[in-house]
Design a protein around this ligand. Structure first.
Ligand SMILES: CSCCC(=O)C(=O)COP(=O)(O)O
Ligand SMILES: [Mg+2]
Length: 222
């Protein structure tokens, strides 16, 4: 029985091209100015120091940190300080109306119906919790944050490690077997399954298809 749903964002309920072609370029374009202007803000400084720790250069200059972050955006690295900073940068874009958070219509209909039916909905994305909440607060369907009971990001661990799913389930009032994890990425589904969760792949956008997880191409087919 499914009592709760844990959903990925990009590729599952949000189109990959929204993240790759709109959000990531926006962060790359504004990153240097944002970091230079905000480097003394404690919530930014802690992330800049985390970049220096990640590259094992505690004295790295701000320019080195910026170049490192831009390289990580280009390579789509899911490294926590980058993801935390992206959330802060996207805030301006959402607030100025430069873009709205893409949600597939079938995903919106499914999540709304599940919420109304009493299923608890949770989010687990490599995007920071702040980035997740911004996307849902400024979505194509308006503010849909009320659908979700809680949000998780890479601070609980990487999405391809089963330990991360153990960590999430430990904080929920459900057994792992009662939680359905939705994702487009097979390695994430493998990790969730190893932690005892049920799994379902959203096979959209020509992502590699699973041979060992149930899959659908749209929530209309669930
Ligand atoms: C939360 S919106 C930004 C998404 C993002 O930055 C990302 O890396 C997407 O990763 P996901 O785990 O949602 O596939
Ligand atoms: Mg995904």
């Amino acid at each position: 029985m499914i009592k709760a749903i844990l959903t990925d964002i990009e590729g599952t309920i949000t189109r990959i091209s929204f993240v790759k072609d709109i959000l990531f370029p926006y962060a790359a374009k504004h990153l240097a100015d944002f970091v230079k202007a905000s480097q003394d803000d404690p919530q930014v400084r802690v992330q800049l120091d985390a970049v220096r720790a990640e590259i094992a250069q505690p004295e790295a200059s701000l320019d080195t940190v910026i170049d490192t972050l831009l390289g990580w955006i280009e390579a789509d690295k899911k490294i926590t300080p980058l993801k935390q900073l992206q959330g802060l940068i996207w805030q301006n874009g959402y607030q100025q109306g430069d873009f709205t958070g893409h949600i597939y219509p079938d995903a919106h209909a499914y999540l709304t119906a599940q919420h109304q039916a009493g299923t608890a909905l949770y989010v687990y994305s490599s995007g920071s919790v702040k980035a997740q909440q911004l996307l849902f607060a400024h979505s194509d369907y308006g503010d849909i944050r009320a659908l979700f009971s809680d949000y998780f990001d890479t601070r609980v661990g990487a999405k391809q490690q089963s330990e991360s799913y153990h960590n999430i389930v430990q904080s929920l009032p459900f057994e792992a077997a009662d939680v359905l994890f939705l994702s487009d990425v097979v390695a994430e589904l493998d990790a969730a399954k190893a932690a005892g969760l049920q799994t379902l792949q959203l096979w959209r956008d020509d992502q590699p298809k699973s041979t060992h997880h149930a899959f659908i191409t749209s929530f209309e087919h669930i």
